[in-house]
Design a binder for this molecule. Structure first.
Ligand code: PNS
Length: 160
């Protein structure tokens, strides 16, 4: 049986914190699907297509990682992909409350599906896509907190 895990998120944009979780997940599961939520209620900086392209470039060195988009309930997407595990990164205690709610509702909606949490590498525990966007907007150097391709895309976005 192939073990398939899904690493869901907004990835607007992907950071090195995400890449850390994705690559560690890929070392444990046969396949990791990085699934970008297509959320019509949010006003993202990068379109879904841009986020997919950035993720594909940033994960191309990891053989068993696939990048995809989904809309609707994560649990329904998991079922269509025959995936049994959700991977989420935990940075700090502040993440816990939301993650516990999400894992609990997902358990109710799909009892056969498990959520696995990984502690984010200490180097990235302060990192979020929002923080990256906030500082990149003011032309700060983000090259050591996001993949190279994302740093270039942010520069382009904010330069005009
Ligand atoms: O990167 P994010 O924004 O923290 O990711 C949140 C995400 C995409 C994992 C979550 O919002 C999600 O799974 N949304 C899909 C709708 C759903 O299934 N909701 C119930 C569980 S929260």
């Amino acid at each position: 049986m192939t073990s398939i895990a899904v690493c869901p998120g907004s990835f607007d944009p992907v950071t090195l914190g995400h890449i850390d979780i994705i690559s560690r997940g890929a070392a444990v599961f046969d396949k990791v699907i990085v699934a970008v939520l297509h959320n019509r209620n949010k006003q993202p900086l990068f379109s879904v297509e841009e986020r997919l392209a950035l993720l594909r470039e940033a994960t191309k060195h990891i053989e068993n990682v696939e990048v995809d988009a989904f809309s609707g309930l994560l649990i329904d997407y998991m079922k269509t992909k025959k995936a049994r595990t959700i991977i989420r990164g935990l940075r700090a205690v502040s993440d816990f409350e939301y993650e516990m709610q999400a894992a609990s509702i997902n358990k109710k909606l799909g009892p056969e599906i498990e959520t696995f949490f990984m502690m984010t590498n200490n180097n990235y525990s302060y990192l979020s896509s929002s923080i990256v966007k906030e500082v990149a907007k003011y032309d700060a150097d983000v090259s050591d907190i996001v993949p190279e391709v994302v740093a270039a895309a942010l520069k382009k976005k904010f330069s005009g």
